[in-house]
Design a protein around this ligand. Structure first.
Ligand code: ADP
Ligand code: ZN
Length: 731
């Protein structure tokens, strides 16, 4: 930006930022973006989710005369924004189809009286002639278009009504337009400018890196346990778990609740009312975790999401960036964990092929990019940022599993890689990755024996390694171009580069997952930093207070104070109005509304700081969650030891259906294709044959078809093994 002196508008913007929001500094590019608004220069502002786009137009709206109009696509989003603005003392309102006629009239007359500073309007409404006429008389200062990628067919969320916004521009040629989006691609950006008819606009593109996010990518081995670990690291905090299918959402949510976690499901198959209820419970912190399909998230601006788990792989790197990006919008550290399996990518390939609508090559390319992101061996921050076309310094980020050394490189990768590639050659390049790894690890799998694939010299050549590890290496060799997957069945072929590797002329990289402990340690490290100096007891106390106040007002807790501010309060422990107004995140209105009650609670807390009862009590309530989840982990250990269902039910004190659930998760996580000793071989064979014959996985149907001679529990267990078998054959 050109040097401007004296910096009068910036001073005004800064004062306003402090007065209403209690923030001292701009986030990157906010100042420049706000200056565009102040100076009536059209602009396109591209900032990642959580980058602080809303303030780019909200702050200048208060520093200028007249009415700022914001076009925003979602009613829920509008409502949240308006609530948040009002809590900061900003006169804001919205007009959309959820308002009654009389409510709309009220808003209109408030606008006429000049009382409203920021007005949110739905796109379909703003393009109506009536609305335009109304705006003509409303001393319009500028128009902000939120989620502006909706205007582009190349974005992931095209909305035709956005196209009509050009008419608005024609009607108000002298009013500046400002577009905001988190979608980075060049194509979308130029679409926005063109379709809005922008003139000599300023283009501001922020860094796509989200430095407060810690990325972790793991192959799915033991899904439930992997998820539980993340949840245990974030007790009492908000998070989202994304699943691919609706059924998976329901089942996982239920299992986690059985284990003592507080979760609610969300997917498009639920009835609208229940869905809405669950969403609100999440936003208002009444449930900690939401288990959802990707239907969840658009328009959810909850800033204090501390983790996002992907229980399956999304269909494109763009989607991943967006979904994971819902973590840590408040700028505090948050964790994004992706648990993937080779079969996910395959599933998506199949779906994309079947849909075969739109641009299939582009869709496949971004699926491949994600696949490589998962199996790759370079910094996750770097991979994401460079995929979106930005540069990344050649330095470790210290915020991903690769850079903190959670993943070790193998000492003798060449030798191992050669063994794998030889195996592919020996099997005549006719099989998928799963089969090749069965062969290399010396499995007695039926198919291997039937095909006499226990004969070639590469059989069992990697038998000292876990089959999953070998499977992972295979993927890593694919991602480095030594092997390739060909055709619908993803048969593994050796590339020219792979043949060089056999001659020893290559330096492949293979990862080895280190012991789990370091993962937890690394994460603890990140957490420790931003909790530095925070009195956790006080934090919990203030969090309860925040919740009470929020409930009284019927707003989400973070609207009272965000987590960052709450931590700051529990760090600085202000006990007077003078002190609390210095705290970041406490603006004038919040000072008036909450200054007294918070300082009083802090005073009371400091007086009782040594009260042992309080600490003890907190310990107990937290323990319940942990106790229950350890029950399931104990159960897994018992299964490993071969205990029967009845024994495990008795030892853990859980109902037999719950224990069956644990067992199914256990079998799935271990990819066991054989249910012995929990179901005998005969029974299993009967269930398997019937399931194949009827092409069903409905327990009820099988129960009936088998003349009610096999119990539901036995059917469930057998079906899990059948599914594992299918999964292992599917490559
Ligand atoms: P986006 O719309 O880009 O996803 P938001 O506008 O919702 O991001 O901002 C994300 C969070 O960051 C909000 O809680 C907001 O209050 C906070 N925030 C924005 N700007 C600043 C700033 N300059 N200093 C501190 N916090 C900020
Ligand atoms: Zn990294």
């Amino acid at each position: 930006m050109a040097e401007v002196s004296p910096d009068e508008p910036t001073d005004r913007l800064r004062a306003c930022l402090k007065q209403y929001w209690g923030y001292d500094d701009f986030r990157p590019l906010q100042e420049q973006a706000m200056r565009c608004v102040m100076e009536d220069r059209d602009s396109v502002v591209v900032l990642p989710t959580g980058g602080g786009k809303s303030l780019c137009y909200q702050v200048p709206a208060l520093c200028r005369e007249g009415l700022a109009v914001v076009v925003s696509p979602l009613i829920s989003l509008m409502k949240d924004q308006v609530d948040a603005l009002r809590e900061c003392g900003v006169a804001a309102a919205c007009v959309n189809s959820s308002l009654s006629a009389s409510e709309r009239m009220e808003v209109a007359s408030a606008v006429r009286r000049g009382e409203i500073r920021v007005l949110y309007v739905a796109p379909e409404r703003i393009v109506q002639e009536r609305t335009k006429d109304f705006l003509e008389d409303s001393n319009l200062s500028f128009i902000a278009v939120d989620e502006a990628h909706c205007i582009s067919e190349w974005g992931h969320d095209f909305r035709p009504e956005y196209r009509e916004l050009k008419g608005l521009r024609e009607r108000f040629p002298d009013v500046a337009f400002h577009a905001y989006t988190a979608t980075a691609t060049e194509r979308v950006r130029s679409d926005i400018a063109e379709n809005l008819g922008l003139k000599d606009h300023e283009l501001l593109v922020g860094s796509f890196d989200r430095s407060n996010l810690f990325y972790r990518v793991e192959r799915r081995r033991n899904r439930l346990l992997q998820i539980q670990k993340v949840l245990d690291r974030h007790q009492g905090e908000s998070g989202i778990i994304y699943c691919i299918s609706r059924r998976d959402v329901d089942e996982l949510s239920e299992t986690l609740n059985d284990l003592g976690y507080k979760t609610l499901p969300y997917h498009a198959g639920m009835d609208a009312e229940e869905r809405q209820k669950n969403q609100e419970a999440f936003i208002q912190d009444r449930t900690e975790t939401i288990v959802a399909t990707v239907a969840f998230g658009m328009g959810i601006d909850k800033p204090n999401v501390r983790y996002v788990i992907h229980a399956g792989m999304p269909k494109a790197l763009e989607n991943y960036q967006q979904e994971a990006g819902r973590a840590g919008r408040d700028g505090l550290e948050a964790e994004c964990c992706l648990f993937y399996s080779g079969s996910d990518a395959q599933l998506w390939r199949r779906i994309l092929n079947e849909e075969s609508a739109g641009n299939i090559d582009a869709a496949m390319a971004s699926l491949e990019a994600l696949d490589q992101f998962c199996t790759g061996v370079s910094c996750r921050h770097r991979s994401l940022v460079t995929y979106f076309g930005q540069d990344w310094p050649d330095e470790p980020c210290n915020a991903c599993d690769v850079c903190v050394g959670d993943l070790d490189l193998l000492d003798n990768p060449l030798e191992t890689a050669q063994k794998i590639v030889s195996g592919v050659v020996r099997l005549d390049q006719r099989f998928g990755g799963d089969y090749v790894s069965l062969h290399l690890t010396g499995s007695r799998d039926k198919r291997i024996l039937e095909n006499r694939h226990d004969q070639p010299s590469t059989y069992g050549i990697l038998q000292q390694h876990d089959r999953r590890a070998v499977r992972d290496w295979l993927e890593q060799l694919v991602s480095q171009g030594y092997l390739e997957k060909v055709g619908e069945y993803r048969v593994i072929h050796v590339t020219a580069k792979g043949r060089e590797l056999l001659r020893g002329a290559a330096s492949p990289r293979l990862l080895q997952s280190r012991k789990r402990k370091s993962t937890a340690e690394a994460s603890a490290e990140v957490r420790r930093e931003s909790w530095d100096g925070v009195d956790r007891g006080l934090f919990e106390r203030l969090r309860e207070l925040r919740k009470e106040l929020a409930d009284e007002r019927g707003v989400p807790a973070y609207i009272v104070f965000g987590d960052a501010t709450l931590r700051e309060l529990a760090r600085q422990k202000p006990t007077s109005i003078e002190e609390i107004q210095e705290v970041k995140g406490v603006g004038e209105k919040k000072l008036r509304d909450y200054g007294d009650v918070f300082t009083q609670h802090i005073q009371a807390y400091l007086k009782n700081d040594t009260d042992p009862n309080r600490t003890a009590k907190a310990g107990v309530s937290k323990n319940t969650g942990r106790k229950i989840s350890s029950a399931s982990r104990r159960a897994w250990q018992f299964f490993r030891d071969g205990m029967t269902l009845a024994e495990v039910a008795e030892t853990t004190g859980r109902a037999s259906s719950t224990v069956t659930g644990y067992l199914c998760d256990f079998l799935q996580s271990e990819a066991r294709t054989d249910p012995l000793p929990w179901v005998d071989a005969d029974t299993f064979e009967r269930v398997r044959t019937k399931a194949t014959e009827l092409q069903t996985d409905s327990s009820k149907q099988l129960f009936e078809a088998l003349g009610e001679t096999v119990s539901y529990d036995e059917i469930r267990i057998s079906l899990t093994c059948v599914a594992n078998e299918l999964e292992s054959c599917s490559q």
